[in-house]
Structure formats: C-alpha cells, structure tokens
Design a protein around this ligand. Structure first.
Ligand code: PMV
Length: 388
C-alpha cells in the first residue's frame, strides 16, 4: 500500500448534516523503540509495542455541516491568523482548551488530503483521559488514535450514505478502516498508530515481518507464547512534571546523531531476535532485549547534541532495585522507559502476586506522592456509541 491508497477516489456528497461518534483508545508501551523519523512521520526504524488497557482516552467528536455563506467575513488580518480554515473547539474534562488547538490544527493540516471533508464541518472534540493529565504519561498516543478513529467513523458514514459512490467498496475490505485510522493517527503522533489494535503491534517495515509498513501499525503476525499473554505493566510515576525536551525535538536530534545508523540497525536486529523469543516464551532473552532497548533510547538522548537526560535519580533507584530483586528471587520482572522519567515495570501474570508486593514494599517509595498505575496488555480501541 502507498499513501495514495488513503486518498478518497470520489468527492463526498456530504448529505449528512450533523452527528457524533465516540471512541475509546488506549496508550501503548514500546518494547523496541521508535526514536528518529523521516519526513511525514515515517519512522527511521521499526518498533513493536504492547497495547495497554487501563490508560486510555475517550473522545467524542460532534460534527455539524458549516454554512460558509453565513460565517462572518474575516478581515485581512484575521484571514492571516486562521489560514488553515478548519473550524473546531476542543475540551478536556469539560474545560475548553484553546492551548491544544495548534496541535490539532497541525494534525488537521497533515490529514486534510486524506479526509477532505474536514473543512466542510465544524467539530466539537470532547476528550477525557483515565490517567491524570499531569502524570507525565503522554496522552498523545491514546488521544490522537481516538480522534483518528472518530474521523474515520465520519468518513465511513459519508461514504456509505452515498449509495452511488464506488468508494463504498473501500470499506468492504475489513482492514481498511483500521489501517487508515492508524495511518491518520501516525500523522498526529507517530506512536499513536500502534494504539488502534492490540495486543502486540508492529510499526515500520521489517524484512522478516510480513505486512509490516512504515505507514501504519499492524498486528504482530506470528505465534506468541502463553508467557506473553496478559503481561502486566505497572507504571511508576517518578516525575509528573512537563518533560524538558519534547519527543519531537528528541526525534529530530537523531538527524546527524553520531550513533544513528548503528541504532537503527540495532532496532531491526532486536526485532528479529524477538521473533523466536515470542514463539518460545523465552523470558530471560525478552528481559535482556527490552531493558537494553530502554537504556539505548536514553543513551541516544545523552549522546545527542545538545545532550539531555530525562531520567531522574529515582528512575535509577528503581532500576537498581529491580535488578537486585531479580537476582535474588529469579522473578521475571524487568523495566522499560519511554521518553521521560517514569518506569514501566513489566512482568508475566503468573508472577504478579510476588512482584506487586515487591513494587509496593520497595518501589512505590520512589514515586512522586507514591503514585503508580496498574496496567496490563490490552486489545485496542473500541467504539462507544453509534452515530446519533
Ligand atoms: O510518538 P512520539 O512522537 O511521541 O514518540 C514516541 C517515542 C517513544 O515513546 C520514546 C518510543 C516509542 O516507540 O513509543
């Protein structure tokens, strides 16, 4: 598939005046990390993630046809300010969030070619997260994927309500809706394309993974051992503050990075190594690859110019305690990190009782205000209401 496959072949008839769709979409945690990108949100290397379950965003998208003839005529200065011409309002937990608008505006600009109806409607986007906004957990993966799914529901409705449209066939391919939702989500935030489905998602072309694509996330196609079903992820909130360096800046620092090429090759290699690990249920090898990936991600940050450190002293305290506990008890507990100080503690379901005790007794003391979130592998986004 190419980008062109996601551009609608016919004009929409736009016979629908208004309506609303609601989707709930989860966050995800990368095992092999995406860090570095090319133009148009194309990843510099393939990645694989566990879809999460408890950390999710619910978004309701209300849409109403614009009557451009009655919209106020803008002055020349105003036209310059609203050059994009999109019309929407966004709310988080019922509160209007004008500071989120530039990000959504930018997202709309990137996806307009693929969902050209968005200029014809006014949207009200009402969103809420199950995790606190100021938890240091990025809501971009769950948020962008939920919004992309809502827009896909609108597109499907517009196309299916036009009986004369040959595009109706497009949606008869059952993968199309999810693929295009993932494709759109990627244009909002790269890792968001891995949140549409579960439980193990690959994004980025990898020679051994059939169907893998730089354009959207796909379900990991090979056998996965029972050991990896119901994996747990307890997220330790070490630092709930705003990140000092955004992931956009971090990705860009991989251009001209002295270790970029080796890093991208390592990610391909680690994904190859995971294939037999997932098949055979080899937890020791899994731990080795996953922890190395997390530390390499942060090593890339430390080795970029300008350099930066997102881990905090408590991140390292937790990592050391996990290593000691693992050595002493032989439990298959390990950590991964995203682009921040929080620690994701990963462990198989059957070891949950002992590991949760260890987390409560030893690790929670290193969390900001003792806060942590118990999550586990999930199975992707779901629609909450039908069009009304
Ligand atoms: O999707 P972004 O642009 O927020 O980048 C995500 C980067 C990491 O979380 C560090 C890694 C990943 O693959 O999710």
């Amino acid at each position: 598939m190419t980008e062109l496959d996601f551009i609608p072949k016919n004009n929409y008839r736009l016979s629908i005046e208004n309506g609303s769709f609601t989707w709930q979409s989860p966050s995800n945690i990368a095992l092999v990390k995406y860090w570095g990108k090319k133009d148009n949100q194309i990843p510099a290397n393939p990645s694989i993630s566990f879809t999460l379950d408890a950390c999710k965003t619910t978004t309701e998208l209300k849409f109403k046809k614009r009557d451009l003839s009655t919209e106020p005529v803008l002055s020349a200065v105003e036209v310059l300010k609203v050059t994009s011409g999109f019309s929407f309002d966004i709310y988080l937990d019922g509160e209007k969030k004008d500071d989120f608008k530039p990000k959504i505006e930018n997202f709309f600009k990137r996806i307009e070619k693929y969902v050209p109806f968005i200029k014809e409607y006014h949207f009200v986007i009402e969103t809420k997260n199950t995790f606190p906004h100021s938890s240091g957990i990025a809501s971009s993966a769950s948020g962008m994927s939920a919004l992309a799914l809502c827009l896909m529901s609108v597109e499907k409705l517009l196309i299916e309500s036009d009986v004369s449209s040959s595009a109706v066939e497009t949606f008869q391919n059952k993968d199309y809706f999810k693929q295009k939702a993932s494709f759109l989500a990627r244009l909002g935030s790269g890792s968001a394309c891995r949140s549409i489905q579960g439980d193990l998602i690959v994004w980025g072309k990898h020679k051994e993974i059939e169907g893998s694509s730089n354009l959207f996330g796909v379900k990991y196609p090979f056998h996965v051992h029972e050991n990896f079903k119901n994996y747990h992820d307890t997220i330790l909130l070490v630092d709930k503050g705003e990140k000092q360096v955004s992931s956009t800046v971090g990705h860009n620092l991989m251009h001209n990075h002295p270790f970029a090429e080796q890093r991208f090759a390592q990610a391909h290699n680690n994904l190859s190594k995971l294939i037999p690990v997932f098949k055979e249920g080899n937890l020791k090898s899994f731990i080795e690859i996953i922890e190395s990936e997390a530390l390499t991600l942060h090593a890339m940050m430390m080795a970029s110019m300008p350099y930066f450190i997102l881990m905090k002293p408590n991140t390292l305290e937790i990592i050391n305690k996990i290593w000691t506990f693992r050595k002493e008890t032989n439990h298959n507990v390990c950590f991964t990190l995203d682009a921040g100080a929080n620690v994701h503690v990963l462990y198989p379901k059957r070891e949950a009782e002992q590991v949760i005790k260890f987390i409560q007794n030893e690790l929670v003391a290193h969390c900001q205000n003792g806060h942590y979130i118990c999550d586990r592998i999930g199975f992707g986004a779901r629609q909450l209401t039908m069009n009304s």
